[in-house]
Design a protein around this ligand. Sequence first.
Ligand code: NAP
Ligand code: ZN
Length: 342
Amino acid sequence: MRAAHVTQYGDPDEALEIVSVDPPEPGPGEVRVDVEAVALNHLDVFARKGHPGDEGDFPKRSGCDIAGVVGAVGTQVDEERIGDEVVVYPGVSCGDCEFCEIGEQTMCAEYEIIGENRPGGLADSVTVPAETLEPKPEPLDFVTAAAVPVTFTTAWRMIVGAGELRPAETALILGASGGVGNAALQIAERLGATIYATTSSERKADLLEQWADEIIDYTDTPHDKAVLDLTDGRGVDLVAEHVGEETWQKSINSLAMGGRMVVCGATSGADPDIDIRSIYQHHRQIRGAPMGNRTQFRDVLSLVASGELTPQIDRVLPLSDIAEGHRAIENREVVGKVVLKP
Ligand SMILES: NC(=O)c1ccc[n+]([C@@H]2O[C@H](COP(=O)([O-])OP(=O)(O)OC[C@H]3O[C@@H](n4cnc5c(N)ncnc54)[C@H](OP(=O)(O)O)[C@@H]3O)[C@@H](O)[C@H]2O)c1
Ligand SMILES: [Zn+2]
């Protein structure tokens, strides 16, 4: 089968390679998913460029967002599952620790991400534990289904779970054109909150207008100044932050008294230079929000299936054009998701 491997750190053309490898055999409790669509995330860019804590053992294969058809099953898995159309929850956990017991897979000490700690779906086939499979909702095509797991599940935790955003509140969504950002924007809009969204170009701003009350082009005005101007100096109740050190202080400054900043990522770097007084003197809180749990995944999948949330598919490419997908994400050209079809 064909697979897209990262063979070294570097630019897409030098670091990514389409290789021919033996199809994987599902082990006990596993299935082989024949991949119909796999979405890229910023995580795929980190896999190629290096990430703090990254082992750097090559080749590696990313691809966390997988939709496809069960092609084979290992022992302990019912053969009737062959042919099932599925979407994969990207988290794997032990299943019986105190956190797994309460359904918080991402808190498990053994938590792993398919496509980060295990070989991912950028291939014709991938093996995954059978318990990660969720039936693909009938109304969704494979491309749309693949655009849901990482970004929408994370955004749901940010806005609804850890963020606890309420309809009468105000929220600032950073990078609202990106995968997580656009999902967060749609979820906050659906809740009925008043939303300010940042982006970096007029083209992207035009597309985001359908969900946001106000768009902030931070290349014109720093986002804290814009938020304070738009809210008569009050600030917002919630900031959804994933950009990191470039934006943290401004995001904190954008919070109202007692406001919450939810954090799921650090695209620009994880070492912000901040004044901690800007947190405690204003009763502000910073809350961690990594990918959502299995229940949250089911919730977003259901809302996408019913048309309440709509993943934005920026482009669909063959696996062989993976380098183009990486470049588009890295150059911040994308609104929503790049999806590859092996
Ligand atoms: N912990 C978790 O489980 C988890 C899950 C999902 C994502 N994440 C993290 O969340 C972050 C976003 O992921 P994503 O897949 O949504 O990324 P993405 O699709 O590439 O979107 C990132 C967006 O951020 C904006 N941005 C602002 N400053 C940026 C900068 N200095 N560099 C790059 N982009 C910048 C860009 O929009 P503008 O140019 O319009 O501002 C871009 O569209 C990543 O760090 C990712 O690792 C973590
Ligand atoms: Zn566990």
